[in-house]
Design a protein around this ligand. Structure first.
Ligand code: CP3
Length: 500
C-alpha cells in the first residue's frame, strides 16, 4: 500500500521525507534554470521516473515550453504516456489535457499531501496498468478507464476464476477476506459527480460508455475485489409499460403505478432486448477490468420491483402493495410471474454478456412477515434462481431480513446478504454454514472515523472467524455525503485485518 521503491518526481524538496516514509524514492527537480529542466527531461526520456507529481500549473507549462524549445516535445509525450501522472488540482488536470494527456489520479481534496498519500495506495497498480497497456499497443495519452486492455487469455480467465471474491462465493479458503461495497459508485464520489455532470440519471444509465467508465473508476479508486455493473434496478420496468422518472432530490417515481388486476394484464412481455445498453456496458467493462477482479451483474427481485411499481415511489409503509397483495392474490401472483420472467431473461443475458456473478436485490422484502414471504415471494424467487445457471454464484440480498434468512436461503443463492441488524455469527450459524455470507457493516459507520471503522470491521471479521465464505460488504448502499477517504480506509483496513 505504498510506492514500493518507485521513483517519484517532485518539485518541492520539503516533500522528500513524506515520499520516503511512503516507500518511494524522491527525485527533486530543479526548476530554476533551463539546465535543470533539461536534466529533468533527460530523466523522463530515459524512463527513470515512474510517478510524476507536477503540483504547480506553472511547472507543467514550463516543462512543455522547454521540451518544445529543445526539440524533445514528442519524446516527452511518449515517455509521459508510460508514467503515472498525479494531478494536484483541476487546473493541473486541464493543463495536461491541453497536451492531450489524461491524468491517472486526482485526489478528492485539492492538496499536495492528499495527492502524495492517496496516489501511494495505487501507484504500483497504475504503473503496471499503464505499462501493460503500452505493451499491448494501446494509446495511453488521452485515455479513459474503458480504453484499458488487460488481455483475456486463458490465464486471465483462470485468474478471475480463482479470485478471492469468486473463491469466497464458493466457500473456498482465500488469502484474505474480499470486499466490495454496495453503491461503490455513486454520489458520495467526486469523480462520479463529475462524470454524471448534469445528465438525467435515466439518460445516463443508457450511455454504456459512461456507465462502463463509472464501474471501472470506482473499482480502481477503492481497490475493491469485485466490480458491480453500474446500472439501476428500475429501468427494467420501462419496457413492461411503466412510466419511470428519477426526480432530483426526490428519487424514482412511476407515474402509472399498478392499482388493479387489469393494470397487470396490460403489461408487456419479452423485455430483455430493451436492456441492450446494460449488456453493452458489460462487454465494455470486461476487457478493461483487471484479471483478478470479477464483474457482478444484478437485477431487482420481483417483490422489490413490485414495491416501486405499485407504490409509485419509495415508501416505508408499503401500504398500497400490502393491500393489493392481500386483497388481490391472483393478480399479485400474475404480476410476480411477469416480473420473474423478465428478470430471468435479463439476468441470463447479462451472464451471456460475461458477468461472473449475479446479485438479486430484494431490498424491501424485510417488511413482510415470514408467512407472507413464504406465500407471496418465496416461490417466485425460487423460480428465478432455478432458471439461472447453477455454476454462476448468485447473491441473494435483502435488508431488515433477520426473520426471513432461512426462507431466503430456501429460495436460493450461494451467497446471502446480511445487514447490520443481525449478528453475523448467529446468522451464519442459523444458516448451517452451507451458504456464503456477504455483509454486514452499517453504512452509517462510514461517517465516523478510521478508528471506529477499524473497530467495527475487526468485530465483523472476528464473527466470521476463519471460516471460508465471508465477503465483506455494507448491509446497504453507501450513502450520499459519506467521506470518500473513510471508504478507502475501510477497504484497506479489511484487507489488512482480513489477511489470513
Ligand atoms: O452498487 C453500485 O455501485 C451499482 C449501482 C447501483 C445503483 N442502484 C446506482 C444508483 C445499484 C446496484 C442500484 C440498485 C438499486 N436501485 C436498488 C437496490 C439496492 C438498494 O440500494 O436497496 C434500489 C432499491 C434502487 C432504486 C433506486 N435508484 C433508488 C431508490 C434511487 C434513488 C435514491 C438515491 O440514492 O438517490 C436510485 C437512483 C440511483 N441508483 C443512484 C445511483 C448511483 C443515484 C442517482 C444520482 O446520481 O442521482
Amino acid at each position: 500500500m505504498n510506492y514500493n521503491g518507485l521513483t517519484v518526481a517532485i518539485f518541492d524538496k520539503s516533500l522528500k521525507d513524506t515520499i520516503r516514509v511512503l516507500g518511494g524514492k524522491a527525485v527533486v527537480l530543479d526548476t530554476d534554470t533551463p539546465v535543470g529542466w533539461d536534466s529533468f527531461i533527460n530523466k523522463l526520456i530515459s524512463n527513470e521516473i515512474c510517478v510524476l507529481l507536477l503540483t504547480e500549473p506553472k511547472h507543467i507549462v514550463s516543462l512543455f515550453a522547454r521540451a518544445t524549445a529543445n526539440g524533445t516535445y514528442n519524446q516527452v509525450l511518449h515517455s509521459i504516456s508510460q508514467t503515472v501522472i498525479g494531478s494536484a488540482s483541476k487546473n493541473c488536470t486541464d493543463l495536461w489535457k491541453q497536451h492531450k494527456l489524461s491524468v491517472d489520479f486526482e485526489p478528492n481534496t485539492a492538496g499536495i499531501k492528499e495527492l502524495l498519500t492517496e496516489i501511494a495506495r495505487l501507484a504500483c497498480y497504475l504503473l503496471d496498468k499503464k505499462q501493460t497497456a503500452v505493451h499491448r499497443g494501446a494509446d495511453t495519452t488521452y485515455w479513459k478507464h474503458v480504453d484499458m486492455r488487460w488481455g483475456l487469455d486463458e490465464e486471465a480467465v483462470q485468474k478471475r476464476h480463482k479470485s478471492p471474491f469468486l473463491a469466497a462465493c464458493r466457500r473456498e479458503p482465500t488469502d484474505y477476506t474480499p470486499i466490495w461495497l454496495l453503491r461503490q459508485a455513486g454520489r458520495y464520489q467526486r469523480a462520479y459527480r463529475e462524470l454524471k455532470s448534469d445528465l438525467d440519471f435515466l439518460e445516463m444509465c443508457k450511455k454504456s460508455e459512461l456507465t462502463a467508465e463509472i464501474t471501472l473508476m470506482a473499482v480502481e479508486r477503492l481497490g475493491v475485489d469485485a466490480a458491480i455493473l453500474f446500472a439501476d434496478i428500475l429501468p427494467l420496468l420501462q419496457p413492461l409499460g411503466f412510466d419511470l422518472e428519477y426526480i432530483r432530490g426526490h428519487g424514482p417515481v412511476i407515474h402509472n403505478p399498478i392499482r388493479s388486476g387489469a393494470d397487470v394484464d396490460r403489461l408487456e412481455e419479452g423485455v430483455k432486448e430493451s436492456q441492450h445498453f446494460v449488456y453493452e456496458t458489460i462487454r465494455m467493462v470486461l476487457p478493461a477490468l483487471p484479471p483478478n477482479i470479477p464483474l457482478i451483474g444484478f437485477s431487482g427481485a420481483p417483490f422489490t420491483l413490485a414495491a416501486y411499481a405499485i407504490e409509485g415511489e419509495s415508501t416505508k409503509e408499503f401500504r398500497n402493495l400490502k393491500i393489493f397483495m392481500h386483497s388481490n392474490p391472483g393478480a399479485w401472483h400474475a404480476f410476480m410471474e411477469k416480473l420473474s420472467r423478465a428478470i430471468i431473461g435479463y439476468l441470463n443475458e447479462q451472464i451471456s454478456a460475461g458477468v461472473q456473478a449475479i446479485q438479486l436485490f430484494d431490498s424491501w422484502v424485510g417488511c413482510l412477515s415470514p408467512d407472507d414471504y413464504k406465500t407471496f415471494v418465496l416461490p417466485h424467487n425460487r423460480y428465478i434462481f432455478s432458471n439461472l445457471p447453477p455454476t454462476i454464484p448468485k447473491i441473494h440480498f435483502g435488508t431488515g431480513t433477520s426473520s426471513l434468512l432461512e426462507l431466503m436461503k430456501e429460495a436460493g443463492g450461494e451467497v446471502l446478504g446480511l445487514d447490520w441488524r443481525v449478528d453475523l455469527s448467529d446468522a451464519w450459524h442459523r444458516l448451517d454454514y452451507d451458504v456464503a455470507v456477504q455483509g454486514n457493516l452499517d453504512p452509517l459507520i462510514l461517517f465516523t472515523s478510521p478508528k471506529e471503522i477499524r473497530k467495527q470491521a475487526s468485530t465483523i471479521l472476528g464473527k466470521a472467524g476463519d471460516r471460508p465464505g465471508h465477503i465483506f460488504n455494507l448491509g446497504h448502499g453507501i450513502l450520499p455525503g459519506t467521506p470518500e477517504e473513510n471508504v478507502t480506509a475501510l477497504v484497506d483496513i479489511v484487507h489488512e485485518l482480513g489477511n489470513k
